[in-house]
Design a protein around this ligand. Structure first.
Ligand code: ZN
Length: 455
């Protein structure tokens, strides 16, 4: 392979906006060595397209992809369907999947994410033990399978081993949760130590920390885990996704979930609260002031009937937010961003409600905000610009031959992409200077046949 590879892009998006006709030089490992307006030698790859950084998927439970589209009817003997009945189906699936199957499933899923322009995923990983609930000989067996899947397709992964010890506020776990449980925080520390070693084998893997939810751990346990975080890792937890969680928390702690968390912990920018759907106005304002990020997953939240996050108020208070595909009922980050905004428009019965300044494009605002907070949720320090000397040439190329995009001024490209297009507008995804190729689906088809769950 050549020592230097020369690329030309129609446009590239940097943090401060678009630049036309840019040349990027990479070394043989796909690391950028130069970005310039001019090049004195022949180009190796002339890309007719617009390069943007890859999307950050800040919340994923890979195994749930195998049940996408399967819980769309009311179960027998049920009067209605909701999050809690969906959860029964999810538990049923969680008890079936072995390590090899998880790797196959995640490889397919991550490959499809790359097809959609996602280049980094945070795995909120709680499927730790074998089907009987016993520890694997390798404590990080299942997490290692996720890292292997990411490595196979070039996906960046932030593995977040999740602490999960209870079945509800003040209640022990149920047998259906046996694969998730760490009996003690010490067990969790050991799991994190082994997981850290697993991450060390793949250069695009990082380790985060996480607690499943306030209902899945005691106050002391949460405190011990927060105290473990001496090196500024992201800490993820589900919170206030369902109204019932708020009611249960009020009953147990006499406070709403987000209120209780803020009052009892030094919530800061390392925290990433997943969903946080149900907050009162004082919770919204105070959470925004802590600097914590919120991870919003509009397609899953819509699918599960969670409710709508008060994004307008949160954003007005200066809150930070990212997106995730969570259960993977949808995989398109463009759709997540669009619905993040449309949900608010439908509540307010107004348009462009996230923009506080005249002339600011909703598409630009959504893209930059979710990228910035998304990289933080991954535990990345982030770079000054999106493409920089010393970082890998990783990003998504948008087709510039599509008539709408071709005729659009730079200022309106992201809005046109987010509000008017899906995957068909993407020319391809680059990972360290190599085009992503979709994986063969044979292994995944076999796996679905083995699971026998899609009837
Ligand atoms: Zn989740």
């Amino acid at each position: 392979m050549k020592n230097q590879v020369y690329w030309k892009f129609g446009k590239i998006l940097q943090r401060d906006g678009w630049s036309d006709e840019q040349f990027i030089t990479t070394d043989s490992t796909g690391v950028i060595t130069n970005i310039s307006k001019r090049l004195e030698c022949d180009v190796d790859h002339k890309v007719n397209g617009m390069l943007i950084p890859g999307f950050q998927n800040a919340h994923s439970h890979s195994f749930q992809y195998a049940m996408a589209g399967l819980a769309e009817c009311i179960g027998q003997g049920k009067e209605h369907d909701d999050f809690w009945s969906w959860r029964e189906s999810m538990y049923h699936l969680a008890l079936k999947i072995n390590p090899e199957q998880l790797q196959v499933l995640a490889t397919q899923l991550y490959s499809e994410m790359l097809d959609h322009g996602i280049t980094q995923v945070a795995e909120f990983h709680y499927l730790h033990h074998d089907k009987d609930g016993k520890q694997f000989q390798n404590l990080a067996e299942m997490g290692e399978r996720l890292i292997a899947a990411a490595s196979a397709v070039g996906m960046g992964i932030t593995l977040i081993p999740i602490f999960y010890s209870k079945g509800g506020f003040g209640r022990g776990p149920g047998p259906e949760q046996r694969r998730f449980i760490c009996a003690t925080v010490n067990d969790y520390k050991k799991l994190c130590e082994v997981s850290q070693l697993s991450c060390a084998h793949y250069k695009r893997a990082k380790l985060g920390l996480g607690v499943h939810s306030l209902r899945a751990a005691s106050e002391d346990q949460i405190r011990d885990i927060v105290d473990m975080n001496t090196d500024g890792r992201p800490i993820h937890l589900h919170i206030a996704e369902q109204q019932k969680e708020v009611t249960d928390c009020l009953e147990y702690y006499s406070k709403r979930p987000v209120r209780w968390l803020i009052d009892n912990f030094d919530v800061n920018s390392n925290f990433h609260l997943v969903h946080a759907t149900h907050m009162d106005t004082s919770e919204v304002n105070q959470l925004a002031a802590t600097g914590a990020g919120v991870v919003l997953c509009p397609s899953t939240e819509g699918n599960l009937g969670d409710g709508l996050f008060p994004l307008k108020t949160f954003a007005e208070a200066g809150g930070s937010y990212s997106i995730g595909s969570d259960s993977h009922i949808g995989l398109s980050p463009l759709e997540e961003l669009r619905w993040l905004d449309y949900g608010q428009r439908l509540i307010e019965k107004k348009r462009n409600i996230l923009c506080r300044d005249q002339g600011l494009e909703s598409g630009e605002l959504l893209f930059h905000q979710t990228y910035k907070t998304g990289t933080r949720a991954m535990g990345k320090t982030g770079t000054e610009n999106y493409f920089e000397v010393g970082s890998e040439l990783t990003g998504v190329v948008i087709k510039d031959e599509l008539p709408l995009l071709q005729a659009t001024s730079s200022k309106k490209i992201l809005s046109t992409l987010i509000y008017s297009y899906g995957k068909e507008a993407l020319k391809g995804t680059l990972v360290a200077g190599a085009w992503h190729n979709s994986v063969e689906t044979a292994a995944f088809k076999n796996l679905l046949g083995e699971l026998k769950n899609r009837f």
